[in-house]
Design a protein around this ligand. Structure first.
Ligand code: HEC
Ligand code: HEC
Length: 295
């Protein structure tokens, strides 16, 4: 009996130590990048800037994930991999955190508690311009706070194990890999605007460099997302229909694309659609570079 107790006791201790090690190692990975607090653009409060901020929030998908009233959202049903991802109430968050903390979450992928985010797609916002980010913050602070009760987020042991082994990257790790914007607005204003829009709207799902992502199918069991050079096949009218409704050439209703497009992209202005269309068409003249997210 004594032996049995000893064996059970040591097995329990070993297990507890194993869990503690996974927990500590994953926390180390989640805290190995520090936020750089250098954002110093002042937050405007005029009506035009707040409208601009609303436009950024709409076209960059903040409403889709944080709720149409920015009230927050529990992803429990949709995403089971992190165990429980909970997008916080953004109207409230923006009022209770300073601009530098908000910048770190949105562009660097590092949360207010100093830990790297896992589900918030900061790589899609890494290249947001300072003035657009300031307008976005102004808008979030102006939005009425709608209180709903949200559960606490949780990271499962399997994800922690992957993080601990360096198999699962954090949002801050992904942000580091976002390519820089290449075009100079002073030289090619329309194409540079199109590049800016694409690199802050479409790279969430079409690969950090817009040239497609097969990795993605593993995340969402959806199909790999195509290289956006495919847009060369679309004329202006067809392209507008695609990004406003999710209907592809040949009247095909797409899947996830048809879900996000009507929520985000109908608010793009005509000139934004023009620049985006022209820039994406120009991609066809270059081969897609190698990248590990499209093995
Ligand atoms: C694909 C869904 C998604 C989109 C799009 C999204 N978020 Fe998030 N966001 C989340 C989730 C989930 C969290 C919770 C943290 C996590 O799990 O990574 C979060 C967390 C945050 C946080 C808090 C970070 C912290 O813990 O301190 C801020 C601030 C934030 N998001 C701002 C925004 C803004 C602004 C936009 C639009 C530009 C946006 N988010 C778009 C899903 C999203
Ligand atoms: C939230 C993820 C997501 C975002 C953001 C997104 N897409 Fe997509 N897109 C997809 C997926 C997934 C597909 C593959 C078809 C499907 O499942 O909907 C797709 C397919 C497409 C196609 C292929 C059409 C065809 O002919 O088969 C084009 C073009 C496209 N997207 C353009 C864009 C552009 C331009 C943007 C940015 C303005 C964008 N997408 C943003 C997920 C996204």
């Amino acid at each position: 009996m004594r032996w049995l107790l000893l064996i059970v006791g040591s097995a329990t201790t070993a297990m507890a130590l194993g869990f503690a090690a996974v927990y500590l190692l994953s926390e180390m990975q989640l805290q190995d990048r520090e936020a750089v607090h250098q954002f110093s653009t002042s937050i405007p409060d005029d009506a035009a800037s707040i409208e601009r901020g609303r436009h950024i929030a709409r076209t960059r998908g903040c409403f889709g994930c944080h709720g149409q009233q920015l009230q927050g959202y529990d992803f429990d049903e949709q995403w089971d991999w992190p165990k429980r991802a909970v997008a916080p109430n953004l109207a409230k968050y923006a009022r209770t955190h300073d601009a530098q903390t908000i910048e770190a979450a949105v562009r660097q992928g590092i949360g207010a508690d100093g830990r790297e985010l896992m589900s918030m797609p900061s790589f899609n916002f890494a290249r947001l311009r300072d003035d657009d980010l300031a307008a976005l913050i102004a808008f979030l602070r102006s939005a009425p706070v709608v209180e709903v009760s949200l559960p606490r987020p949780a990271l499962g042991w399997d994800v922690r194990w992957d993080i601990a082994r360096g198999r699962e990257l954090s949002m801050a790790d992904w942000v580091e890999m976002v390519p820089p914007l290449r075009l100079d607005p002073a030289v090619q204003p329309i194409l540079a605007e199109g590049e800016y829009l694409a690199m802050t709207m479409c790279n969430e799902c079409h690969g950090l460099d817009l040239r497609g992502e097969s990795y993605y199918s593993g995340w969402d069991s959806g199909p790999p997302t195509p290289d956006l050079a495919i847009v060369a096949a679309y004329d202006r009218v067809q392209f507008e229909r695609l990004i406003e409704s999710g209907y592809a050439l040949g009247d095909r209703k797409l899947g996830l694309m048809a879900l996000v497009a009507p929520d985000r992209f109908p608010s793009l202005s005509d000139s934004e659609v023009d620049s985006l269309h022209q820039f994406l068409q120009s991609l066809a003249s270059e081969p897609a570079p190698d990248a590990f997210w499209r093995p």
